[in-house]
Design a protein around this ligand. Structure first.
Ligand SMILES: Cc1ncc(COP(=O)(O)O)c(C=O)c1O
Length: 305
């Protein structure tokens, strides 16, 4: 058992997949990645890859923004991922990390006339924020806007923006940073979307407030509507609305649904997981583990022979 990669058109142990130090994407952040969970169901002895093709559709959109042309569609990319997973031999929760990138070994800042390539690695899931209460600060770093680097895709260069905010937050004793956009509206966490509940209304920032259109965000909105009869209002959120919210939570592939218990040292609600957050946490956990047949179109199931 070991982490595996699909790299330069071949399957190989992760330790054998290497790139040259002049690779354009390494120098200029000209790549886009994904993050997909393969959840292990020990009872059924199978993996459930959650919304695999939706993740690849979003990554292919980011490729368009970056002028990356891959000779693959989302079905090919999904097949490479499952085949890579199969070769790992692991029987535990795994993380799939695809990257599409400018692979030419060339100096020069540009997007055109360069070679493109794609790899995906599959490895055990590293620990992330956890599902306990998260203590947040508002970052002094502003979220990049669509006219700087589009936050619509997981473009590697953007993550400098997230890393600056995350490190400042952690070094000042917070678990996570909440970033405001250029207009001062709440945008998202450094690697998660955000929701608040105010007077029974579920609210999340809209696409035009510099957010990544998260797959978990979309899943939660659909679950809230279908299972709780709760319509999500997509509107700009002011910073101080975070302070007076009854509930707040993050969503993301790595984070799942994670309650925020304080923002800028102000307690959210009573400082515990709120009732709507708890309900959505349960629903999301069931669905992302492949355990709700109503949402089977979201599941890619893989079983070892
Ligand atoms: C900046 C940012 N926002 C939101 C998310 C959540 O997206 P998803 O739910 O598709 O994982 C991520 C995921 O990595 C992210 O990097």
């Amino acid at each position: 058992m070991e982490p595996y990669a699909f790299f330069k058109g071949q399957y190989m142990p992760l330790k054998d997949a290497k790139i040259g130090i002049l690779t354009q994407a390494l120098h200029y952040g000209t790549a886009c990645f994904g993050g997909i969970r393969a959840n292990w169901d020990a009872e059924k002895e199978q993996f459930c890859l959650f919304r695999l093709k939706d993740h690849y559709r979003r990554q292919l959109d980011a490729c368009k923004i970056l002028n990356i042309e891959l000779p693959y569609d989302e079905h090919d990319l999904a097949d490479f991922t499952v085949e890579t997973l199969k070769r790992t031999g692991f029987r535990e929760n795994l993380y799939c990390r695809p990257l599409a990138y400018k692979s030419s070994e060339a100096i020069g800042v540009k997007l055109h006339d360069l070679e493109d390539d794609f790899f995906v690695i599959v490895t055990p899931l590293p620990p992330y924020l956890g599902t306990g209460g998260i203590k947040c600060c508002t970052s002094s770093w502003r979220r990049v806007s669509d006219n700087q680097i589009s936050p619509r895709g997981k473009i590697t260069g953007i993550y400098v923006n997230s890393a600056l905010a995350k490190t400042d937050a952690n070094r000042t004793g917070f678990d996570e940073a909440i970033m405001l956009n250029e207009k001062g509206h709440v945008s998202e966490g450094t690697g998660e979307n955000i929701f608040v509940v105010i007077k029974g209304q579920l609210i999340t920032p809209p696409s035009y407030d510099s957010i990544l259109l998260g797959i978990t965000r979309d899943t939660v909105m659909q679950l809230a509507k279908n299972e709780l009869g709760l319509h999500t209002v997509e509107r700009s959120i002011d910073r101080s609305e975070l302070y007076v919210a009854d509930e707040a939570f993050f969503t993301g592939t790595a984070t799942n649904v994670a309650p925020i218990v304080s923002v800028d040292l102000r307690t959210i609600g009573n400082g515990e997981t709120g009732p709507i957050t708890a309900r959505l946490q349960e629903l999301y956990s069931e669905v992302s583990l492949g355990k709700n047949p109503k949402y089977s179109e979201w599941y890619t199931i893989f079983k070892y022979d």
